[in-house]
Design a protein around this ligand. Sequence first.
Ligand code: NDP
Length: 300
Amino acid sequence: MITAPTAPSMGHPITASTRLVAILGHPVRHSRSPEMHNAAFTAQGVDMVYLAFDVAPQGLAGAVDGIRTLGLAGANVTVPHKEAVLPLLDSVDAVARRIGAVNTVVNEAGVLTGHNTDMHGFLMALERGWGQSPKGSRCLVLGAGGAARAVVAGLLSTDVAEVYVYNRTGERARELCGAARGWGGAACRPVADGDLEYVVGNVDLIVNATSVGLPESGPAAGADEFKASPIPVDMVKQHHVVMDLIYGPEPTALLRHARSTGGLAFDGLEMLVQQAARSYELWTGRTAPLETMRGQVSDF
Ligand code: NDP
């Protein structure tokens, strides 16, 4: 009997009815998403495969059109396409529009809808790491890029007491807090350099959403590349809860210091899993097998 071929990392047969989900990025070869999603498809007997495509910026429009033409179930979109993809889609949901970035595309009969699952992933990972909701807490977000926008939107959706944003380029922090007016009940306040120490001393939660601490060669690089911190680490005390969106084989300098004080500190690996799980649910309509997905990145 002839059986359908299977890709090396997968356990279910690929047939003419198997549907494709793609990740579009540049670069993309470091992505752990194919492992997480293919393991989840196999675990639940979902007839889909997930493959990575290195798409340069000038090829993005063609690739998005390919989602329609080839009838893909959907796609993930990653750096550097998360903002550029918005005008190429038929619709964009409210969260993704608020954040200004799409990381997940769902194809329903040729109609492409953009979503952003980073906010959901952040909130789920924060609650799991902290063991409680951030409701009522004073929060400092470091950074003002796409990840910081998802974090600020997430925190403001949960009735936090206040959100401060500190960024190397102060203008971007001011812009983010301006945009965040109306995202939730709490105020969002940009932090000037001179006020940083005071603000750090008065917050409960610190979230690093900058790329500082991420080695040049990506999250899988060696330990001694994780050195820098977006704020002087000795400002961080035992009472702080610290979440660093960066994940890798070794903790960042910020996480290392926070742990050395005896405080609670965790990285962004669970956020990676949770945002993937939400994307999976959008494509399949099923609850994602979280333990299976975690198992694929447990070496990080
Ligand atoms: P962006 O490029 O959009 O933003 C980068 C941010 O880092 C900006 O605020 C930038 O400040 C700041 N920054 C960069 N270099 C420096 C520096 N040398 N000193 C001080 N600040 C600096 O990136 P993203 O928002 O997409 O991602 C940020 C981080 O979050 C990345 O490390 C990424 O890997 C991680 N991430 C993790 C996820 C997860 O699932 N765990 C999901 C998404 C992101 P400025 O405005 O001044 O340039």
